[in-house]
Design a protein around this ligand. Sequence first.
Ligand code: NAD
Length: 239
Amino acid sequence: MRRPVKSIVVLTGAGISAESGISTFRASDGLWENHRIDDVATPEGFERNPQLVHHFYNQRRRQLLLEDIRPNAAHTALVRLEREFPGEVLIVTQNVDNLHERAGSRKLLHMHGELLKMRCVETNQIFDVQEDIGFDTLCRCCQTPGNLRPHIVWFGEIPLHMPQISRALESCDLFVAIGTSGNVYPASGFYQTAKIHRAHTVELNLEQTRSSFDERLFGRASIVVPEYVDQLICSAVAP
Ligand code: NAD
């Protein structure tokens, strides 16, 4: 028998932001916005060609700041879940956009970093950034050119907030994955950790992935997520 749901972990991926106008990452052909992942999302790629990598993230940042890029109904539904569900809700996102926080989510962890942040490779200080960055941009803390890198977790690097995420996965009653292909480790294994600790696991996606969730609902995030959140809130507050 399923235990009552008192705490929820929601994992989101690029699919939740697709209807806001931000392209997903196409794992099947290894391309992100027509660039090879090896070139723009690995430490080796940055070492080989920092100008290209800065240019790529400058483009992503510019796109995110366009006026017509806004949170969609799926982001908003998760804000409602956080506010109205009478228990713990933690959102863990693989996304580097800021659409969850713009919608109003507060208990949110960006496990793969954030587009609107840069980091000094010497001091690890993190800075907010909206403007373009180049290889010769002076770092704000050490005033040295070439010391800034995108605050993005690249392939081969350790995701952020892992101890907190692991604790939440081990203690949640419900794990919901939204719009993620399950191709990027370690997020792809989160549902298994939650399952081992007896959580109910649910996938909301446009199409079936290879992961074996307990329950699956297919459709566009802007439709499926608000419906699912309504259900969760209703069943939690029903007498
Ligand atoms: P992914 O691109 O590998 O998979 C996206 C998933 O979303 C697919 O399973 C697809 O079927 C589903 N999907 C597409 N449109 C959808 C919709 N409208 N509604 C519901 N589901 C939809 O994404 P991932 O698993 O998050 O891995 C991508 C990696 O690339 C992440 O590490 C992330 O950091 C990075 N990335 C981030 C962004 C962003 O911040 N928005 C965008 C692209 C890539």
